[in-house]
Design a protein around this ligand. Sequence first.
Ligand code: AMP
Ligand code: MG
Length: 487
Amino acid sequence: MSDTARSTVTFEGRFAREFAEMAIPWRAEEAPDPQLLVLNEPLAVDLGLDPEFLRSPEGLLLLIGNAVPADATPVAQAYAGHQFGWYAPRLGDGRALLLGEIAHSDGQLRDIHLKGSGRTPFARNGDGLAVVGPMLREYIVSEGMHALGIPSTRSLAVVATGRPVQRETVQPGAVLTRVASSHVRVGSFQYARATGDVGLLRRLADYAISRHHPAAAEAGNRYLALLEAVIAAQASLVAQWMLVGFVHGVMNTDNMTISGETIDYGPCAFMDAFDPAASYSSIDEGGRYAYRNQPLVAEWNLARLAETLLPLLHGDQDKAVELAVEALGEFRPQYSAAWFAGMKAKLGLREETDDDVASPLVDELLALLQAGRVDYTSFLRNLAKAARGQREPARGMVPDMAAFDAWAERWRALDPDADAMDGLNPIYIPRNHLVEEALAAATAGDLTPLGRLLEAVSNPFEERPGLERYAAAGPEDFAAYRTFCGT
Ligand code: AMP
Ligand code: MG
């Protein structure tokens, strides 16, 4: 049975075939003792994969790239990137492989990708490996983001390899099987442009158009339309991050997709207390990727993308720059409009509510939350109760109760829609203390807390009995929470 199931998996190998200049055929390192830690069954089914087969010994070998169909061409993808503002011409998949693309039930292709599958020619000084904690972290947070309705790469499985890996301490090794609309990044375009081969650049742009932004193909200037589409997708994405209090933590250009999906969950975190300066990554000492900077960084990254596209935008490079600048000028208004509409909706305000009335309410509330170091997620959730007349849960969270009362008076007068609020303000997010608890237990061999947390964050808007501790703010000492890169 497993043979037939396996033979039904067909990897397209489209990127490998069409971009030989950017794809090094490679094989995953053999795992001594693969053990499944978590499998995303609904996602497997959407991908036409039989969960029962994936759980079998042979299925595990497929999930970690140790046994792939004979006609598959796993590759390490080449890309460049600006890391913390510094350009690195050759990053690439140092510990990752693209197994190939397969069809999703929605009719679109998905990349099946491995993280932690061993050293590749791009590994530099790295060991090519990944460990259980960070891979499960990506699984939890990416699935939580998806459940929140935020575009994201998905996680199909995490398999422990049985290989001990040296980090600060010795940790159990693992491979994450990641699913993405594609792994074409801003850094992929930087790499293609740097080769000086405009034909390659054009092919990459055409590939991105066909996989992610097909409407651009109809435009008079399809490459300008591609740039505009990526700008729009990222403006919308970053607005959604901001609305849920998500801090990506490492918004290097190699970690920004052309599809508009969130990618690379390394040092990311959801903020507890509302704080525009929130920054968790231990390597982001200057706070370059702090919460409030994310829209600015996205715009900066998109400018790097625009630079790579100049040869395709217009024959006259001055004209090309003009077009690029004009397109980039759309980012701020699009981001602001998306963020403000989202904030208005989170407060239950109706579309017809005048923006001149809504805008100061939004600003004043955020200032109140910031001043009081109020837990952002649970406050907004409690605010729906206030819309129903039960003011205390939200009010009790704000130290300056008089200020809250004055604010709430004006807000209630606008007749906020409590049910709409409950559909937009999550009750369960991957809170830092819960993620750490689940990872520590899983690393020690107990997968129960992981399962419970996944159950909570996979259905983030629906309050369920028994999950109270998953809705509560983290302990105070988590305010100084640090995250570490997923290496
Ligand atoms: P990231 O910060 O995870 O986006 O990774 C940045 C770059 O470092 C990419 O080129 C990765 O492939 C590479 N990298 C990260 N960790 C390792 C590792 N343990 N071994 C080899 N390469 C790595
Ligand atoms: Mg990366």
